[in-house]
Design a protein around this ligand. Structure first.
Ligand SMILES: N[C@@H](CCC(=O)N[C@@H](CS)C(=O)NCC(=O)O)C(=O)O
Length: 204
C-alpha cells in the first residue's frame, strides 16, 4: 500500500527546491504532499528535525533530513520502507562530489544572504570576500566539467540548477552568467523544465 509522504519546505529555500525538483522528475507528485512552513515562525520543523531546518521528508515512521538524504531517498523510493535501500553506493564518486559542489555553492550563497541582512556596521568584509570566492571557484569547477552536467538531470544536476537559480534570486550582483558562459547556456535550457518552472522561488 502506498502511504502518502509529506515534504516540509520553504518556498525560498534552495535545499528544499532540490527535493521539490527531484520528486517531480521522479513522478512522485501524487505521493508527496508539500507543506509550506516558515522556519522562523513555526515549530513544525523542529517537531521532525532537531536541527530546525527545511527540507524534511516525513514517510511513515521516518523523519528524513537533510536535502541530500531526502533526494537519495526519493530517488530510490519504494512503497514499503523496509525495502527502501540505502543507496549512496549507486552513484559514482564523481557524481557525489558534484552533489557536494552544488551544496557548497548554496551554503556560501546562504552565508552571504545572512550576512547581508545584518546591520551594515556589523557585516564582515572577510566573510563576504571568502564566501564570494568560494562561490566563484565552485562555479569555475562546474564550468570546467560542464559536459558531465549535460548527460542527465539527476541529483547533481538538480543541485547545480537550484544553486544557480538561488544566485539569480538572492545575489544577482554576482552576475555569474556573464563569467561562466557554458553554465549559463546549460542553465537557460534546464530552467525551462517543468520541474524547475513549478518550483520557482516565491516570497509569500
Ligand atoms: N544541509 C541542509 C541545510 C538546510 C538549511 O540550512 N535550510 C535552511 C533554509 S534554506 C533553514 O532551514 N534554515 C533555518 C535555520 O538554520 O534556522 C540541507 O541540505 O537540507
Amino acid at each position: 500500500m502506498v502511504v502518502p509522504m509529506r515534504l516540509i519546505i520553504s518556498p525560498t529555500s534552495p535545499y528544499s527546491r532540490k527535493a521539490r525538483v527531484l520528486l517531480r522528475e521522479k513522478g512522485l507528485e501524487a505521493i508527496v504532499t508539500e507543506v509550506i512552513t516558515n522556519v522562523y515562525e513555526s515549530n513544525l520543523v523542529t517537531e521532525y528535525n532537531p536541527l530546525g531546518r527545511v527540507p524534511v521528508l516525513k514517510d511513515q515512521s521516518l523523519n528524513i533530513y537533510d536535502s541530500i538524504i531526502i533526494c537519495q531517498y526519493l530517488n530510490n523510493y519504494q512503497p514499503d520502507i523496509k525495502k527502501s535501500i540505502y543507496s549512496l553506493s549507486n552513484s559514482t564518486w564523481e557524481d557525489q562530489i558534484r552533489v557536494a559542489l552544488a551544496d557548497g555553492i548554496i551554503d556560501s550563497a546562504l552565508q552571504l544572504v545572512i550576512e547581508s541582512r545584518r546591520p551594515i556596521e556589523y557585516q564582515s568584509s572577510m566573510i563576504i570576500e571568502r564566501h564570494t570566492a568560494h562561490i566563484l571557484r565552485g562555479l569555475q569547477a562546474c564550468e570546467e566539467q560542464i559536459s558531465e552536467y549535460k548527460i542527465k538531470f539527476d541529483i547533481p544536476e538538480i543541485g547545480l540548477a537550484c544553486a544557480l537559480s538561488y544566485l539569480n534570486f538572492r545575489l544577482p550582483n554576482i552576475n555569474w552568467g556573464s563569467k561562466y558562459h557554458e553554465l549559463y547556456e546549460w542553465f537557460e535550457k534546464v530552467k525551462q523544465y517543468k520541474s524547475m518552472k513549478e518550483t520557482e522561488f516565491t516570497i509569500l
